[in-house]
Design a protein around this ligand. Sequence first.
Ligand SMILES: Cc1cc2nc3c(=O)[nH]c(=O)nc-3n(C[C@H](O)[C@H](O)[C@H](O)COP(=O)(O)OP(=O)(O)OC[C@H]3O[C@@H](n4cnc5c(N)ncnc54)[C@H](O)[C@@H]3O)c2cc1C
Length: 375
Amino acid sequence: MTSYDCDLAVIGAGLSGTALLATLQLQGWKGSALLVEAGRGPGGRAATRLRRDDPDWRLDHGAPVLHLSSCNDGPLADLLARLQGMGALVSCSGDAVCLGLEGVQPAGDGGDGFAAQGPRWRGFPSMASVSEAMLALAGDRVRQHFGQRVQGLERFAGGWELLGQQGEVIGRAPVLVLSGNLLAHGRSLAMLGVQNRPLRDAVPEGVDGVLDRALDHLDALTMEPRWNRMFELTPLGADATAWPRLIGFTSEARASWGLDRLVLQPQSNGRVGMVAHGFNPEVSVDPAWLAPWPSLAAALASATDLGVMRWGAARPLDHPLPAAWQWCPQVRLGFCGDWIEGPGFATAFGALRSAVDLAAQLLHSEQGLHPGAEA
Ligand SMILES: Cc1cc2nc3c(=O)[nH]c(=O)nc-3n(C[C@H](O)[C@H](O)[C@H](O)COP(=O)(O)OP(=O)(O)OC[C@H]3O[C@@H](n4cnc5c(N)ncnc54)[C@H](O)[C@@H]3O)c2cc1C
């Protein structure tokens, strides 16, 4: 008899991994799960940066807002309603402006690819709160490992073994979900200096036709690397309520300044966290970015640079993974994340929706999880 540590292993505690676990729980699944996340906390690309030297500091260094299309019923609507009820998800329409070379422009929330993707929401008090709340919904049958990167995968007696840096076994489960595509996407792995593709190594070609198609498809997927530079500003005698939280740019301003967006997050003691979202990690600070808000523009000159965040498997740009290949029944492997086909592809909504869709497949597929089975 095969011995597993749990019924389900999930790699990645971003929006999709945590939404999957929360949805399974809300749908009545009673099994046990292991969640392994490389980062120090939940959230993934919608996480919050903390500082060791400053316990009050919270900076949403990835997605500054979540674009969530409306859905009226079904498990996704239920999940979103729960998050709102818990106070972890709040509407944030109206706190964005569009800036051009001539100053603030009347319309839009910037010319980047996230504009016009649906109403804006954010985590409260910070972006990581959304994934934290989903983990709370998922309950205590989920064993959580943070700060642990899965480096390899092995198939054994019909199940999955997750391997750490030294080849040690982190956990074993009959069903595996990859919520990021880092163990499968060749170019993202190469960007991180990893030459092999753990998923392909674990399952040779010909074992699962769906997985073979999914991996071929992933090879062709283009990912847009994203770089965010973080700053601390200390404006003097300023009125924080007059500042926007999100500054988008016209296409001329984007081209001129090399920026996608600026995110401002007031902190305690009058300080402000600022994240410059861009495509050039070496971008030089320019007071023109904040010219309409003189106290912020003045503070920019003496801003403390808190470093750059590079997003490895960043934004999928094309060819979402067809939803039909999200679940590979032969090897009992599922994919979820914002790179799966469907509404909201490449946004937070796509990440959440894909997780809810996968949960349904796991609960209803013959090879999936068994609803109601006690751990
Ligand atoms: C700069 C930026 C701005 C954005 N702006 C917006 C926006 O305005 N609106 C919007 O809707 N969306 C936005 N997004 C996109 C949104 O953040 C993502 O769509 C969403 O967070 C993706 O969630 P996910 O769970 O699919 O993936 P991720 O958040 O990437 O989660 C995958 C997780 O898996 C972990 N992981 C991967 N491989 C391993 C491994 N081998 N071992 C352990 N852990 C592993 C990663 O650390 C990560 O935490 C933005 C993203 C970025 C980066």
